[in-house]
Design a protein around this ligand. Structure first.
Ligand SMILES: [Zn+2]
Length: 317
């Protein structure tokens, strides 16, 4: 078996690619545009062509490769079948691993992109050294990736780890992107923080720097750091929701660590101060001391994780 692996992360605008050695070092990384015309039919051939060009440039043959890992924005089952298609790319369901093998005949493992990113953080990021870990991505929504005993949890339809849609509030009137009401991501995401901020600011006229300028999750946490009382209350509400949701996750998964990433995580470890009180209150006693860490790989988590699927043997088949 070869000792190099490619990690590929297919996104809506660019495809990120990386060449890794068996020690998990990235030797080269680059990007190509995601061409979505004609239902994204050229994306996979473009990826294959780019990988073949890199192999030529580096003097690598198929025998030098342990395989190719690929993360895609859709649910993937353990065999590499894209179960429900990838709406953002125009892809219908198909067997990605077999399709890529038509171009480069090495082992291919495919995973949902959020799960691949989780695997990257486990392999070389904030969860390094863990066997069981949950990534929580606080971006536009709340994404999750669950790894138990070194394996990605995919579930029957590849929908495992959708922690953003854990029901958390019976009183919510606004509808979540999933059609339900009161989901964790309505409070724990960047947009959720802004919603909580707007609601808090409308409650009274207490002075706050947040009454001027544009509201954002960053503005809220910057104001917290500057000692703004209203921002502090907003962050406490955010943390109460997230802590409660993550306690539910911990009680099922019992991870060693939560690794927190996404735009909101740029606020830093101060987030943990807000999450931990509710987390500890609702977590089952053996889960109460679950660690919290920040994600460290940023946008490269996906290529690391994809390569890790090959090099660390993190298959879920
Ligand atoms: Zn939802």
């Amino acid at each position: 078996m070869g000792k190099y692996a490619f990690g590929v992360d297919v996104g809506g605008t660019t495809v990120k690619l990386g060449l890794f050695d068996e020690d998990g070092r990235v030797l080269d990384k680059w990007e190509i545009p995601t061409v979505k015309e004609n239902d994204g039919e050229s994306i996979l051939p473009d990826v294959a062509e780019s990988l073949q060009a890199k192999m030529k440039e580096r003097g690598l043959g198929e025998a030098d490769l342990a395989g190719i890992g690929i993360g895609v924005p859709g649910a993937v089952d353990g065999s590499g079948m894209l179960v429900g298609g990838a709406v953002n790319l125009g892809w219908k369901p198909f067997h990605i691993s077999k399709a890529l093998n038509a171009y480069i005949n090495v082992p291919v493992k495919a995973a949902n992109d959020a799960n691949a990113a989780a695997f990257g953080e486990l392999w070389q990021g904030g969860g390094k050294g863990c066997r069981s870990m949950v990534t929580v991505t606080l971006g536009t929504g709340v994404g999750g990736g669950i790894i138990v005993d070194g394996r990605i949890l995919t579930g029957a339809k590849g929908a495992a780890g959708e922690i953003g849609h854990i029901h958390i509030d019976d009183e919510e009137t606004e509808v979540c992107s999933c059609g339900s009401r009161g989901c964790l991501e309505q409070y724990g995401s960047a947009t959720g923080v802004v919603r909580l901020a707007k609601r808090r600011l409308a409650e009274d006229q207490k002075p706050s720097v947040l009454r001027e300028g544009e509201l954002s999750a960053k503005a809220v946490f910057d104001a917290v750091k500057a000692g703004d009382d209203v921002a502090q209350e907003i962050a406490e509400r955010f943390g109460a929701y997230l802590g409660k949701g993550l306690a539910a996750v911990a009680n099922v998964v019992n991870p060693e660590k939560f690794v927190i990433g996404g735009g909101v995580s740029k606020a830093g470890e101060v987030l943990f101060d807000f999450i931990k009180p509710a987390f500890r209150k609702y977590a089952f006693p053996p889960c109460r001391e679950t660690g919290f860490a920040l994600a460290t790989l940023g946008n490269d988590a996906g290529i690391y994780g994809a390569a890790g699927l090959i090099l660390l043997g993190g298959s879920d088949d």
